[in-house]
Design a protein around this ligand. Sequence first.
Ligand code: PDD
Length: 261
Amino acid sequence: VLDRGFVLGDGIYEVIPVYGRKPFRLPQHLARLQNSCDGIRLRNPHDAAGWTALIDELIGRQDFADQNLYLQVTRGVAKRDHAFPQSAEPTVFLMANPLVTPSAEQFEAGVAAVSATDNRWQRCDIKSIALLANVLLRQLAVDAGATETILFRDGYLTEGAASNIFVVKGGVILAPLRNHLMLPGITYDTVIELARAHGVPLEVREISEAEVRAADELWLTSSTKEVLPITRLDGRSVGEGQAGPVARHMLALYQTLKQAG
Ligand code: PDD
């Protein structure tokens, strides 16, 4: 119980989707894991080969092929004190659960979102297990019968409580700037890569709250939700109130990439 993850929230994590027993974009997830370790000055206990071996073993032990793989590293067990312990071994924990991605029907209907002020810290680029602010923000959505909370800081879009957010206006995809105020989502990067590779108009820049509220399409992206349209925001319809053509196009490209491995 004296693990610093449990007592202080002193650790970092990753969520990696596994399709047909193959981890999707593993090098990118391991690179982000390293950035999170560096961000909290925690020694990464494994190199890429070590992580890959652990992950392959975990995947092999499950009797389901599509997996939601969770891993976390904490600063280990030590007498409670905010200061780093002199000698503690990082604690490594991994688990696999069945990966349940949105169905075609859920995609077409989309989900509802609410909005809130982003009151998190200034290092949202670190995938910290200390998720209390995200937990409280996401619960606002659940309390309102919605799925996600879209966050605004100083009048600009950052991300969702547990996802990244994209806007479509006039056929152009708008993606918020990747900086320390949002998590650099692996799905976010993948969508941007796919848009560029397939010539879909894209602007990566600051997006105002007004632009979000006037969007033709809004989507959330994450490793478990993939690309999922948001069709209601704060009780109002987004665009046509159903999945839009750009979302459909991007999800199709994403599915093709997944199948290619
Ligand atoms: N969350 N932003 C936040 C705050 C997130 O928690 C997540 C993912 C994302 C999307 O990142 P990615 O595309 O790499 O999944 C963005 C995971 C799924 C979770 O905490 O369960």
